[in-house]
Design a protein. Structure first.
Lengths: 111, 114
């Protein structure tokens, strides 16, 4: 079993739709959680960190459920520019070299 | 330079050849990393460096070596390339080695070993 698992998609949604991605992780001792965004043939970039209480950044909302060991990302009012691959990232310990990347969920937003 | 640069952008290499991928950052970050990204597997850490003068092994270090002579540069060397090292290689850096710090990635090097 992978340490971080994501549905690879693709999720194909119309502009304006709300879409949610889930991610599960296997290590209950994990400390930090992130969503990164990766455009086709580009480098990953941090979208947002995920906090225990949940957090929101504009149209993006991230939630963490430690008991069930999953993380979610909700995107409201999807834009064409949201088309990308979203990487779920979990830190096994409080060290940056312990980051575990999921293989990503691909989102396609159509006009 | 702004951020992280990598060179070359892409390379086709014959098996058995030696190759060094270059990575330079101008953010004065202490920690640097090398990842490889393969389809369906996500990014996997090859080597890392918490600060200049120190390096450590990641998840998939075999066949690769690194050095960190100064803060800005973190080259990755393939001593004798094999086809299984065909991948996209990303260099990254972070301000510190604390787990919550954002990692900034370079644009990547696409390497094909024939």
């Amino acid at each position: 079993r992978k340490e971080v698992e994501q549905d690879p998609g693709p999720f194909n949604v119309p502009e304006g739709a709300t879409v949610a991605f889930n991610c599960t992780y296997s290590n209950s001792a994990s400390q930090s959680f992130f969503w990164y965004r990766q455009d086709c043939r580009k480098e990953p970039k941090l979208l947002m960190s995920v906090y225990s209480s949940g957090n929101e950044d504009g149209r993006f909302t991230a939630q963490l459920n430690r008991a069930s060991q999953y993380i979610s990302l909700l995107i409201r009012d999807s834009k064409l520019s949201d088309s990308a691959t979203y990487l779920c990232v979990v830190n096994r310990e409080d060290s940056s070299y312990k980051l575990i990347f999921g293989s990503g969920t691909r989102l396609l937003v159509r006009p | 330079i702004a951020g992280i640069t990598q060179a070359p952008t892409s390379q086709i290499l014959a098996a058995g050849r030696r190759m060094t991928l270059r990575c330079t950052q101008d953010m004065r970050h202490n920690a640097m990393y090398w990842y490889r990204q393969d389809l369906g597997l996500g990014l996997r850490l090859i080597h890392y460096s918490n600060t200049a003068g120190t390096t450590g092994k990641g998840e998939v270090p075999d066949g690769y070596s690194v050095s960190r002579a100064n803060t800005d540069d973190f080259p990755l060397t393939l001593a004798s390339a094999v086809p299984s090292q065909t991948s996209v290689y990303f260099c990254a850096s972070s301000d510190s080695s604390r787990g919550g710090d954002e990692q900034f990635f370079g644009p990547g090097t696409r390497l094909t070993v024939l």
